[in-house]
Write a protein of this length. Structure first.
Length: 503
C-alpha cells in the first residue's frame, strides 16, 4: 500500500494591496499551508498616487517564494490574482510598462470624469453607476491626453493583468470585475465600443474580457524560475480586492452580505438580479456564477477613531464605552469630507448632536462606534429599499472586526446574528477562486459557492441583544432625522429606515 501523501495539494492566492503584496498557499479544507508578504512603495502628492508596476512583479516573486518555501514539493493546482479596483497603466505589446501604475485613489482625472459621464450618460443610467475621477476610464483619458502617440500594439492593463502577463509570459485577458470601472458593460458582457469611439480611445487598446475563474494560461518557465510556482500551473482570472474579501467571507449566495469595516465602511452582497439605484451609489460586479455582487462604500468608518483619538489604547476605550449605551451624543462619524453611500453628498461633513463639551471622552468615543453602526444599518435600509434580499447571513471583516465589543454593538444595532470568518484575507478569496476555476467549469459541478463552503470557516457568531437594540435604535433614528434635515438623506430612504426600525 502506498504511504499517504503528507503534502496536500494547494492553491495560491495573490493579493496586490496598496502597501504590500500578500500570498497564501491554501489547501482544499481552507488551511493556510504557507504565506508570504512584501512591502510596496507609493508616490503620493495631493491627488496623485502612483506605483511602479515592475515593483508589483518584484514583490510577487518574493512573496510567492516565501509562501511556497513552507510547502516544498507540494503540488500547486492553480493561482489567481486580485488587485485594487481602478488601478491601471499603459503598456506596449510585450507588456512592458509605458506609464506608472495610477492607483485606485489617484484622482487627477477631475476634468475627464465629467466628459466620460456625459458621453456615456445612457450607458451609466442603464448600469446604475457613474464614472468618478478615481475610476479607470477617466484615468485612461487622462493618460491618453498626455501622450502624443502610442506604439503599435499598446494596451491598457489593469494591475492584475500586468501580473497575469508576467506569470504566463504574454498578454492575458482581463476579468470583468477589474474591467468594471474602465467602462465594461457588465450587463451585456461587452466593451462599449461606440462610447470609446466618441471618447477617441484608440481601437485595440482594451484587452479581451473573461469571467472571473476562467483559466488564462499556464505559468511560463521564466516565471516559474522567478516565483517557485511550478511551470504550467493554471493562472485563473481573478477579481478586485473587495470581491476577493467577499469570497473569503463566504458571502456568495443571494441574500448574503459582507460588511468590511476598515478606514471606511464597505458593504458587498449577492443578488440574483442587478439592483437599479437611482442615486448611483450602488454598483454591481458580476459573479462567476452569473449572480450580481452589489456594493457601496461609505466615508464613515474606523478612520475617524485614529483621527479623533490618535495614539490612544482603543481596547481600553472599548471597555469604557460599554457604559454608554446609548451615548448621550449622536455622532455622524465621517472619516473624510463627503459621503458616497448610502446617499451621495460630496459636501457632507461630520457632526455631533448633544453637549460635546459636557461629555466624557468615553461617552464621545461610544458615540463614534455607535454612529458607524447606525450608518451601517442605514446602508442596509437603503439596499432593502432598492429590493435587495437581506435575509441571508451577514459576515464582518476588516480591521474593525478585531474589536469584539464593536462587533457586538453592530449586531445589536442591526438586530441580527453576525458571523466572524476565521480568515478574511483577500488572498484566501483568490485561492478559493483558483480552486473553483481549476477543479471544474464555474457554474457546473463545482460552483464557487460550493468550493467556498469547503474552504471558508467561521470562528464565531455574535448574537444580538434585544434589550440593547431597543435602546440603541432610538439614537439611530435621531441620526436619520438629522441627516434628512441637512438635506443629504432622501425622504424616501429616511421614511423606510423609520419603518424598519419600528418592525
Amino acid at each position: 500500500m502506498p504511504e499517504p501523501d503528507p503534502r496536500p495539494e494547494v492553491w495560491l492566492g495573490i493579493d496586490l494591496g496598496t502597501q504590500s503584496v500578500r500570498v497564501l498557499a491554501v489547501d482544499a479544507a481552507g488551511g493556510t499551508r504557507g504565506s508570504g508578504a512584501e512591502q510596496l512603495r507609493s508616490r503620493r502628492d495631493g491627488p496623485r498616487h502612483e506605483q511602479d508596476p515592475e515593483q508589483w512583479w518584484s514583490a510577487v516573486r518574493t512573496a510567492c517564494r516565501q509562501a511556497l518555501g513552507a510547502v516544498p514539493g507540494t503540488p500547486v493546482r492553480g493561482v489567481a490574482v486580485c488587485a485594487t479596483s481602478g488601478t491601471i497603466l499603459l503598456a506596449d505589446g510585450t507588456g512592458r510598462p509605458l506609464t506608472a501604475g495610477l492607483m485606485y485613489d489617484d484622482s487627477r482625472a477631475v476634468e475627464e470624469a465629467p466628459l466620460a459621464a456625459e458621453a456615456g450618460a445612457a450607458l451609466w443610467e442603464r448600469l446604475g453607476h457613474r464614472p468618478q475621477p478615481s475610476w479607470a476610464l477617466p484615468k485612461l483619458l487622462w493618460l491618453l491626453g498626455r501622450r502624443s502617440r502610442l506604439p503599435a500594439g499598446a494596451r491598457l492593463l489593469h494591475q492584475a493583468d500586468y501580473v497575469g502577463g508576467q506569470l504566463t509570459g504574454g498578454p492575458v485577458a482581463t476579468d470583468s470585475s477589474h474591467a468594471l470601472k474602465t467602462g465594461y458593460d457588465t450587463e451585456r458582457g461587452t466593451w462599449p465600443t461606440k462610447l470609446f469611439e466618441d471618447l477617441r480611445i484608440p481601437a485595440g487598446l482594451m484587452p479581451d474580457v473573461v469571467r472571473p475563474g476562467t483559466v488564462l494560461g499556464g505559468v511560463c518557465a521564466q516565471a516559474a524560475e522567478a516565483t517557485g510556482i511550478p511551470e504550467g500551473t493554471p493562472v485563473v482570472a481573478g477579481m478586485t480586492d473587495g470581491c476577493a474579501a467577499q469570497i473569503s467571507a463566504g458571502a456568495l449566495e443571494p441574500g448574503a452580505w459582507n460588511s468590511v469595516l476598515g478606514t471606511t465602511l464597505v458593504l458587498k452582497g449577492v443578488t440574483a438580479r442587478r439592483l437599479r439605484d437611482p442615486l448611483g451609489v450602488v454598483y454591481s460586479h458580476r459573479a462567476p456564477d452569473g449572480n450580481w455582487l452589489p456594493g457601496g462604500a461609505s466615508s464613515t468608518g474606523a478612520g475617524v477613531l485614529s483621527r479623533v483619538f490618535p495614539g490612544h489604547d482603543l481596547a481600553r476605550l472599548d471597555a469604557r464605552a460599554q457604559r454608554y449605551e446609548p451615548s448621550s451624543l449622536v455622532t455622524y462619524p465621517l472619516a473624510s469630507r463627503g459621503e458616497r453611500f448610502p446617499f451621495l453628498a460630496p459636501r457632507a461633513e461630520g457632526f455631533t448632536l448633544g453637549n460635546r463639551r459636557g461629555a466624557s471622552d468615553a461617552d464621545y468615543y461610544a458615540s463614534l462606534l455607535q454612529g458607524v453602526a447606525f450608518v451601517e444599518r442605514l446602508c442596509f435600509d437603503y439596499l432593502g429599499l432598492l429590493g435587495a434580499p437581506l435575509d441571508g447571513p451577514v459576515t464582518l471583516t476588516g480591521g474593525g472586526a478585531r474589536s469584539r465589543y464593536w462587533c457586538q454593538l453592530r449586531a445589536d444595532v442591526l438586530a441580527r446574528p453576525l458571523g466572524l470568518p476565521d480568515n478574511a484575507e483577500a488572498a484566501l478569496g483568490m485561492a478559493v477562486l483558483a480552486r473553483a476555476g481549476t477543479t471544474a467549469p464555474l457554474g457546473a459541478t463545482t460552483p464557487l459557492g460550493a468550493v467556498a463552503r469547503d474552504m471558508v470557516r467561521l470562528r464565531a457568531v455574535v448574537e444580538p441583544r434585544p434589550e440593547h437594540t431597543r435602546r440603541l435604535l432610538e439614537s439611530h433614528l435621531k441620526l436619520v432625522d438629522a441627516l434628512q434635515e441637512h438635506g443629504w438623506l432622501p425622504t424616501a430612504v429616511a421614511r423606510h429606515a423609520r419603518r424598519r426600525a419600528h418592525l
